[in-house]
Design a protein around this ligand. Sequence first.
Ligand code: PRP
Ligand code: URA
Length: 365
Amino acid sequence: MRVAIGSDHAGFTLKEKIKEFLQESGHEVQDFGTHSAELSVDYPDFGFKVGESVASGQSERGILLCGSGIGMSIAANKVPGVYGALCNDPDTARLSRLHNNSNVLILGGRVVEEKTAIETVRVWLETPFEGGRHSARVKKIESFDSLRNHFPPRPNGNPLIILDHPLIQHKVGIIRDRNTTVKEFRELVQEIAGLMVYEITRTLSLEETEVETPISRTKVLTLSGKKLAIVPILRAGLGMVEGILRLIPNAKVGHIGLYRDPETLSPVEYYCKLPGDIEERDIFILDPMLATGGSSAAAIDLIKKRGGKKITLVCLISAPEGVALVHRRHPEVPIFTAALDSHLNDHGYIVPGLGDAGDRLFGTR
Ligand code: PRP
Ligand code: URA
């Protein structure tokens, strides 16, 4: 196995012993330093190097040491793709492989004896990941890692991601224009939805497979069996469906019928049909206008009641009031939007917004 190893000065002596053991056991070791116990160095410098070697696939596993193991553990786990476990005994090291699929082992050079440390490393290298019920949990960590990597959190920690790609912004500008025709509006909403989903799906995970090209056999990447469902909120959400299906033709489509009572602005449910296996799917709810947030929050409620777990909300234009309501009722649901507008007017319309999305899509104004 290709193993990256690193330590600070406090972990140096034990690192050298572990390195010897690894080499004698036939592993290929890449030593990222440090190279002396005398010179005081900073543990993050080594944690990041070993972490990046593992996360990039250059090494299959990593081993890190500092005095207690704590600083090194915190540093290494900042590298996206590192699942570092601080284990100073064989039992927890075994569990970190069986249950957590850890790819970096961290030890405290000043808290663990050489014999125990070597046994801990041996057990950790030999133990496979158990999978099964642990896979879904590990996947959750991977998805969070990936989302945060591509879309850093906002200051309040709630996941609101404004997709500011120039093509999206340009097209949103056109649909805001009251003179845009129904035909143009429809086409542009589909295009914007496709571009948004192109951005959102950059966090999907890939796996390696092999194909035969006309020239030779080669490794290729393929989506790792993710099942997707898109769920438009009727009516206006329908306007986004085709643009997304063009990119993800195998996605299942559910429908939720909600309209806002014009007096109370509260959502009224009139239809709900979801894929039977909704609990296994990554779900994108499509609601072009996140105004009071009542419709989206109610749609998320309905989907959760039917077992949906991994939910993302995709909106064209959002108001701060709607974002706040969805974050309050469903804090774990990420909201992707093309624009965050100023506020709602007295009739619950987004300002500046684009007017009534359903009417503009279907020409019913
Ligand atoms: C619109 C829009 C959203 C909802 C947003 O639907 O399509 O679903 O309003 O408002 P909220 O955040 O305040 O709940 P509408 O009720 O106009 O129905 P329609 O899509 O059938 O036109
Ligand atoms: N629904 C719309 O279609 N537009 C708004 O501005 C608010 C709710």
